[in-house]
Ligand binder design. Sequence first.
Ligand code: AHR
Length: 307
Amino acid sequence: TTNAAATTAPAPAAGKKITLGFAQVGAESGWRTANTKSVQDSAKEAGFDLKFSDAQQKQENQIKAIRTYIQQKVDVIAFSPVVESGWDTVLKEAKDAKIPVILTDRAVDSKDTSLYATFIGSDFVEEGKKAGKWLADKYKDAKEDVNIVELQGTTGSAPANDRKAGFAEEIKGNPHLKVIASQTGDFTRAKGKEVMQAFLKAHKDIKVLYAHNDDMALGAIQAIEAAGLKPGQDITIISVDAVKDGMTAASEGKINFIVECNPLLGPQLMQAVNDVVAGKSIEKRIVTKEGVFTSEDAKKVLADRQY
Ligand code: AHR
């Protein structure tokens, strides 16, 4: 079975070179850049022929790329589904062509789980819960309302759906914790900044920002500073990912709490590809291990952060 803790890609095997078609979401965030590099580096290390495509956050582009991989008769198809719904048809086409599919990073909501071999990635509900738990604990003795604004990830994506749900679950016990506005920032810095600007205009009493990733938090920080407020002090900021830029902002006290989402999925993916091609049994769900960081934690580990 696949080693869930694999941190290095398998060595190239003798015989026919494996062809892997990988349909990436896009290049929307620092996390995604690190994820792409991990996939490309590990494929090289494993000696695979990698066909890589960037869908620019559009499902139709990803479906096109997958169809091209089917026509090219690649050995395995892997992809990070930009949104959760609408994959059954193309996944059936891959199945009919007898090409195994591996999901990485993001899940699909297909009822028929025989359409893919495994799903390797984080538990996004758990990430949302970690964020909510920290906030609920910080404000456990609150006597007045704590107004929260939320920057959601890409609409319909698994991390946006799950991080929202996990967070809501953890704060619902305290009626003072109120999400007064929640909108998508598409996981990008530019959109995070733009939406935060609008939030600040519409609401004078924002106490907390919960951003579904570091990039949106970093964009929002620019908007908060431009409005003459101190990020991390006037507005408590929580985000997800723990990429280097996010960790830098945390070490400066501008982000108060970051939940880690590990982008280095390449080695586990290549191991799974090898196993699937070899006809070995493989776990249906491979969950990535990750932690959390306060500003103090970020200061300690920043120098060693690789991405
Ligand atoms: O699917 C993982 C998410 O996608 C990351 O948290 C976010 O930064 C990225 O764009």
